[in-house]
Design a protein around this ligand. Structure first.
Ligand code: SF4
Ligand code: SF4
Length: 377
């Protein structure tokens, strides 16, 4: 179980697509500690604590205190707390990176592509592009964790840069790229077509890389290829709303996921009183209501229409996907299937290991360890 603590509603950036109602509201130490207590009270051996914002690194000293408190609570028991955060990169410094490495805090970096694409939407508060600030700590992040995820948002005005942007990010040494769409934006037909052409271009690049045994993870292709291979069940992206993770607002209110924070109609408790199980169940049930247009769709087991967070963000209704999401899924799935079919036909060793060998993550880690040791064990 993961608890995501929204440490602040403040940010030092002003990204054009940001849905955050920025305010100088920070979580108190008492609230944060109560959230850690609640997470530990679940009794799991492994507990996840995420730091979110706004920009969570505006609250560095609170993060230090929370991690210290969490370690004190678990003492020398076998329990483990896994920490993670997503940052815009501008406030990362040596001290924090060493703290993260020492305490197993997993950092993801938001970066929207090459300089031109990134600077179209990810602006600082004076309206300047933030590309240089965002990548300044990337070399150190990658030195500490070669699998540091980069979180990229494709928006209508950056769609035409997608292929160059993805290749640029991989050329910086990144191997794990999580790319999602700005689903809340109005996408025109021509912008969606530009996006489709970019995916087609990227498919050729991805294919070449895999055939050359270069390990890279590009989430739109990986998730759809996976959903094809595991098509008997709903795709692995389907979460159990309110049961896989809980989001904690700055005031300690509990919500079933990130996009619900601040919307009292979806509050499912408070750190001081715990989770309201009845409300949690009701919201979960509501999220499982399938939209009528999706009921007979052949793609429904591979489609993100079940993500209540995306639906809420784009249509307000947690079980209604937006037309943009629908168009995007219909565009992406055949392209990903085409990649998979060609790699399978060519008997790509990396592709078969990655998608058909359950032990692949372990094998991959061992291979990377050997490479890092200069090829020797
Ligand atoms: S860095 Fe994140 S929280 Fe800050 S403005 Fe940009 S999207 Fe919003
Ligand atoms: S959103 Fe569109 S592609 Fe997805 S299941 Fe519904 S109808 Fe099918």
């Amino acid at each position: 179980m993961q608890y995501t603590l929204h440490l602040t509603q403040g940010c030092n950036f002003a990204c054009k697509y940001c849905g955050l109602a920025q305010a100088e509201l920070n979580m108190s130490r008492e609230t944060a500690f109560a959230a850690v207590d609640l997470a530990l009270a679940e009794g799991d051996t492994s507990v996840g604590i995420g730091f979110y914002g706004g920009e969570p690194l505006l609250c560095k000293s609170l993060i230090y205190d929370i991690v210290k408190y969490g370690q004190e609570q678990i003492g020398s028991s076998e329990r483990k707390i896994f920490y993670k955060l997503t940052t815009n990169g501008s406030l990362l410094d040596d001290e924090f990176l060493h703290f993260a490495a020492k305490n197993g805090l997993f950092i993801s970096l938001s970066l929207d592509g090459n300089r031109q694409a990134h600077n179209l939407n990810r602006l600082d508060r004076s309206g300047k592009g933030t590309y240089s600030k965002a990548i300044s700590a990337l070399p150190m992040l990658l030195a500490l964790n070669p699998f540091t995820p980069v979180m990229m948002t494709a928006a209508p005005n950056t769609a035409a840069y997608l292929a160059d942007s993805v290749q640029h990010i991989f050329s910086l040494g990144v191997r794990n790229l999580i790319c999602s769409l700005d689903y809340s934006a109005q996408w025109s037909e021509s912008e969606l077509e530009a996006l489709r052409l970019q995916y087609k271009k990227l498919a050729e690049y991805y294919l070449r890389c895999v055939l050359e045994e270069k390990k890279l993870f590009f989430s739109p292709f990986e998730s759809k290829i996976n959903s094809h291979i595991k098509s008997r069940e709903y795709c692995s992206e389907r979460c159990k709303l309110g049961y896989d993770q809980i989001s904690v607002g700055t005031d300690g209110a509990l919500y079933p996921c990130i996009q619900f924070v601040g919307d009292s109609s979806y509050q499912i408790g408070h750190v001081s009183s715990g989770i309201e199980q009845t409300r949690r169940k009701e919201i979960f049930k509501q999220s499982r209501t399938e939209h009528k247009e999706c009921q007979g769709c052949a793609l429904k087991k591979r489609c993100l229409h079940t993500c209540a967070c995306i639906n809420k963000y784009s249509t307000v209704n947690i079980s209604q996907p937006s037309p943009v999401l629908c168009a995007h899924e219909r565009m992406l799935i055949p392209i990903a299937d085409g990649i998979a079919a060609r790699l399978y036909k060519k008997r790509s060793g990396l592709f078969i290991q990655q998608h058909y060998n359950k032990l692949y993550p372990l094998i991959s880690l061992a291979e990377d360890f050997v490479t890092q040791q200069g090829g020797k064990l």
